[in-house]
Design a protein. Structure first.
Length: 313
């Protein structure tokens, strides 16, 4: 335990005062040394905390055990939100039906409730614009169109939800696979270059596309034409890039391990594979309904899951 300073204000004897001053000087030196040691320790702790935080940031890559609710809801809502105001009733109903979450999704009711809340919020905002635009006929008419469109969205979501709730059978999605020009399967080639320790995570991601739960699904940046409209499901570092061909058909474009948040190699791979897919998409769409294509892709799917099971951990 560190010694205390001696109060020199009450000392009158010169010798006692000198002793007290020497003592206080010694205590002061000891305190300075201890402060230096504490500062060094504090700096070391800060560096260690930063190192751990940086490592977690790079390795975890924003990974969270719990679903990111905003990302989850936006994956389903964005295509519905972005429809043009002159869309036909038939087309609007089709888009809503294709983009509502599967009943398998544990957040099914939460996502739909959030979507409806967002649409109602937009309606209220448009109503406010209308009330502030008295006498401005053109603005009022345009705003009313948007209000009517959003009301139709609400009605279609409600009716689709009620219909799906009453259906016992849950549809499983079909997987299609992007092939190289020589006929090899891109995602199988990708997996050959990935460590076995990630296979269990990839298996979960593929199953989530199959059953429609889409684990931590995210739509890629719509401003990047190379990857626009493409989506990914995400695990710990693991990513599966895919696209929706139609209501229950999805194509697997790429499997990849993302090393950190700012992985330029990952971004470049996405763009390159995205361009390859864009070039081949018309042919894929024209062939997907043929029995030959369906059978071939079912066989590839079996190989995929067998590969993940056999080489896991």
């Amino acid at each position: 335990m560190m010694e205390s300073f001696i109060d020199t204000n009450t000392i009158t004897d010169d010798e006692e005062l000198l002793k007290a001053l020497k003592h206080n000087n010694k205590v002061s030196s000891s305190m300075k040394q201890e402060i230096k040691e504490m500062e060094k320790l504090d700096e070391a702790n800060k560096k260690m905390s930063f190192k751990i935080e940086k490592q977690n940031f790079e390795e975890d890559d924003e990974y969270e055990e719990e679903q990111d609710e905003d990302s989850d809801y936006l994956y389903y809502y964005e295509p519905i939100k972005d429809v043009s105001e002159d869309i036909s009733i038939t087309e609007l109903e089709k888009i809503i039906k294709e983009n509502l979450p599967s009943k398998n999704n544990p957040n099914y009711f939460k996502i739909i409730s959030r979507m409806m809340a967002e649409i109602l919020k937009e309606i209220m905002e448009y109503e406010e614009i209308k009330s502030d635009s008295i006498g401005e006929k053109e603005i009022i008419e345009e705003t009313q169109k948007l209000i009517d469109l959003n009301k139709r969205k609400i009605n279609f979501i409600r009716s689709t939800k009620e219909k799906e709730t009453n259906e016992e059978e849950v549809k499983e999605n079909n997987l299609y696979f992007l092939k190289t020009t020589s006929g090899n399967i891109y995602c199988l080639n990708d997996l050959d270059k990935i460590k076995n320790e990630y296979y269990e995570s990839f298996e979960e991601l593929f199953k989530s596309i199959k059953d429609g739960t889409f684990k931590r699904a995210k739509r890629l940046n719509s401003n990047n034409l190379k990857t626009s409209s493409l989506s990914e499901v995400r695990g710990f570092k693991t990513r599966v890039l895919f696209d929706k061909l139609d209501e229950n058909n999805y194509i697997i474009i790429m499997c990849v391990v993302k090393k950190c948040n700012y992985d330029n190699g990952y971004k470049k791979s996405l763009e390159t594979r995205g361009l390859t897919y864009r070039a081949m998409k018309p042919k894929i769409l024209s062939q997907k309904n043929s029995e030959e294509s369906k059978t071939e892709n079912k066989d590839i799917e079996k190989k995929l899951f067998l590969k993940l099971e056999n080489r896991r951990g």
